[in-house]
Design a protein around this ligand. Structure first.
Ligand SMILES: CCCCC/C=C\C/C=C\C/C=C\C/C=C\CCCC(=O)SCCNC(=O)CCNC(=O)[C@H](O)C(C)(C)COP(=O)(O)OP(=O)(O)OC[C@H]1O[C@@H](n2cnc3c(N)ncnc32)[C@H](O)[C@@H]1OP(=O)(O)O
Length: 210
C-alpha cells in the first residue's frame, strides 16, 4: 500500500487526525517500507532457515545497516514512529494499530499481532500487550492538547490468552482528569472474549520537563 493509500484508507479516522495535529512529511513509500519490515520480522520469527540462508541474510542486513547509519539524524528530524498519519505510526516496536473511530475522549481500533509477537503456545508475549496499551492511551492522552503527558503508571490485567494472527478489537477512553493527572482505561477483545484490560495514569508535563 502506498503512503497515500495508507492515509486515505477507510480505517484511518479524520477525527483522530484532527485531534493529533500536524504530522511530519516523509519520503514517498515510507509506510510501505515499514509494512515490509513488519512482514519481514514475522517471517524471520516463523522461519527455520538453513545455514546458507542465515549467512546470506546476515550479509544483506549488514549491508543495509551500513547504508542507513550515515543517514542518522537527531530525534526531532526522525520519521520512524513520527508518522501519525500512518496506521502503526510508521514504527515496528508495537503492533500495527488501525484506528476505526476516535475523538478527544475515546478511541476504537483493531490490531493483529503477527508471529513476531509470539510469547508461547499461540499466545502473544505478555510484554507486547502493555506496549499496545501505552501506544493507544499515550496517543489519546496527548490528542487534542498542546499539554503533553507521560505515562506515570500502566496497570495491565491479562484476562485470557491473546491469540496471534487474529484481528482483535481495542478501545481506549478517558476515565477522569484531575489537575495534571489523566486517568485512562483500555480493553482488548477477541470477539466477545476479553483478552486484557489496562488502566494508565498520564501526568501532564510542566514546561521544560523532558
Ligand atoms: C512520549 C512523550 C510525550 C510526548 C508526546 C508528544 C506528542 C503526542 C503525540 C503523539 C504521541 C505519539 C505516540 C505516543 C505513544 C506513546 C506514548 C507513551 C508515553 C510514555 O510511555 S512516556 C515513557 C514512560 N514514562 C516515563 O518515562 C515517565 C517517568 N516519570 C516522570 O517523568 C515523572 O514521574 C512524571 C512526569 C510521571 C510525574 O512527575 P512530576 O514531578 O511531573 O509530578 P509529580 O511526581 O508531582 O506527580 C504529579 C501527580 O501525579 C501523581 N503520580 C505521579 N506518579 C504516580 C504514580 N506512579 N502512581 C500514582 N500517582 C502518581 C502524584 O502523586 C501527583 O499527584 P497529586 O498532585 O494528587 O499529589
Amino acid at each position: 500500500m502506498s503512503d497515500e493509500e495508507h492515509a486515505s484508507a477507510p480505517h484511518w479516522s479524520e477525527t483522530w487526525r484532527g485531534v493529533e495535529g500536524q504530522v511530519p512529511a516523509g519520503p514517498a513509500g515510507y509506510g510501505a517500507m515499514i509494512d515490509t519490515l513488519r512482514t519481514f520480522l514475522d517471517d524471520v520469527a516463523a522461519a527455520s532457515p538453513d545455514e546458507a540462508i542465515v549467512a546470506a541474510l546476515t550479509q544483506d542486513m549488514a549491508g543495509w545497516s551500513s547504508k542507513l547509519r550515515p543517514l542518522a539524524v537527531p530525534e526531532a528530524e526522525r520519521i520512524f514512529a513520527h508518522r501519525r498519519d500512518l496506521p502503526g505510526r510508521g514504527q515496528t516496536m508495537s503492533p500495527q494499530l488501525f484506528i476505526d473511530e476516535a475523538s478527544a475522549e475515546s478511541v476504537r481500533g483493531h490490531v493483529t499481532f503477527g508471529d513476531y509477537y509470539l510469547g508461547g503456545n499461540g499466545a502473544v508475549h505478555g510484554g507486547a500487550i502493555p506496549l499496545l496499551f501505552d501506544e493507544i492511551l499515550g496517543r489519546l492522552s496527548n490528542a487534542g492538547t498542546q499539554k503533553r503527558s507521560r505515562t506515570a503508571f500502566l496497570h495491565v490485567d491479562f484476562r485470557s490468552i491473546t491469540p496471534i494472527g487474529k484481528r482483535l478489537q481495542i478501545r481506549g477512553w478517558f476515565e477522569y482528569e484531575e489537575g495534571r493527572k489523566r486517568l485512562l482505561k483500555a480493553d482488548l477483545r477477541d470477539g466477545d472474549t476479553l483478552c486484557a484490560e489496562a488502566e494508565g495514569l498520564f501526568v501532564e508535563l510542566r514546561p521544560g520537563q523532558p
